[in-house]
Design a protein around this ligand. Structure first.
Ligand code: PHE
Length: 341
């Protein structure tokens, strides 16, 4: 029996030294020292020994079990630290390697242009107003003196959410909301940048586009104030020699009305393909706010006059950047967008 114990001991020691993983070590430990292990089953045979031999064998068995238990613990610690070292080696980072440059984004060219437009007007004492993109027919049409029969009111020209509620087709409703809020205070000097929606889609029209509305109300405001302000704007935006031109036009909410052109930035007014040989390019619609519109929203037209304009942001951006297809702004082509960071 003592011989058998020594054999078990030697065998266990050999296996403990050879084993390479904690998992296998656990299995070996169970096989030798577990409840159904070799030691236990051997010692179960103690009963058959002559009584005088029992203490000797028992002592030896205890000694061997203690020794093996210590050996298992020591080997376990050793394997664990080796595994830890291996994991650390795998995660090793060479901090002296050059870093990876993260891609840094930037604002969309249209956002940049809107900010540039806004900053020019802020510099002239305007403040910024915003209105909802989902509007009522009242703010989008009625209050702007746009009659029921007007084509813009047709379902095929505008995006209706439900009867009487639509995506605003221009930023002009912000004129009305501003007047309702501020009347009868003067002076009013606001711009309203934002998205607008129409059922258009070609090289120069997108179903979603941007406008910057302008509204100035005070005593004795005239067309010359409008022209002077827009000239200053055009020169800050496109260069100190820019010219503006007012062309008679019609909007139901302004009287008189004018389309405003700037000298073609491509050819400098000589005439080219972009300006269709006219030397001028339209950038906005404008006019003196119709007395009926003023009155309806709380300003006495006998006392106050006002001008308003609605600028096409995409149009300004195309001229500023020399882009001839509006859809470039919305196609999400990173090669195109990256040029404006
Ligand atoms: N709202 C008009 C449009 O979208 C532009 C405009 C604004 C005209 C203000 C006159 C005054 O076409």
């Amino acid at each position: 029996m003592q011989k058998k114990l020594r054999e078990i001991h030697n065998q266990a020691v050999a296996e403990i030294v050879a084993v390479q993983t904690e998992e296998d070590l656990k299995k070996i430990q169970i096989r030798f020292l577990g409840k159904k292990g070799e030691m236990t089953s051997l010692l179960r045979g103690m009963g058959q020994l002559p009584p005088e031999e029992r203490p000797l064998v028992g002592g030896l068995a205890n000694q061997i079990r203690d020794e093996l238990t210590n050996l298992f613990a020591a080997r376990e610690e050793e394997l664990r630290s080796k595994a830890r070292q291996r994991a650390m080696a795998k995660e090793h980072v060479d901090v002296t390697l050059p870093g990876k440059q993260p891609m840094i984004g930037h604002l969309h060219p249209l956002t940049l242009i809107m900010e540039e437009i806004s900053n020019i007007f802020l510099g002239m004492g305007f403040t910024i107003k915003e209105g909802p993109e989902i509007e009522t027919e009242y703010y989008n049409f009625e209050a702007l003196n746009i009659p029921r029969e007007h084509p813009a009111r047709e379902m095929q020209d505008s995006f209706y959410i439900r009867p009487e509620i639509l995506l605003r087709t221009h930023t002009s409703p912000v004129q009305i909301r501003t007047m309702e809020e501020l009347a009868p205070q003067v002076p009013v000097r606001i711009i309203a940048p934002g998205k607008v929606y129409r059922r258009d889609d070609d090289a120069t029209h997108s179903p979603m586009f941007h406008q910057v509305e302008g509204l100035v109300i005070d005593r004795d405001i005239s067309l010359s104030d409008l022209k002077g302000t827009l000239l200053l704007f055009a020169r800050q935006m496109f260069g100190p020699n820019q010219q503006v031109r007012l062309r008679p036009s019609f909007f139901p909410f302004t009287e008189p009305s004018a389309e405003v052109d700037i000298a073609c930035v491509i050819c400098g007014g000589q005439g080219c393909r972009v300006c269709k040989d006219s030397g001028w390019i339209e950038i906005l619609g404008s006019g003196m706010v119709h007395p009926r519109v003023l009155e309806l929203s709380g300003y006495d037209p006998e006392e106050y006059t006002a001008y308003a304009f609605g600028m096409g942001v995409e149009r300004v951006a195309m001229l500023k950047y020399g882009i001839d297809d509006l859809r470039m702004f919305f196609s999400n082509d990173i090669r195109m967008l990256r040029q404006f960071g």
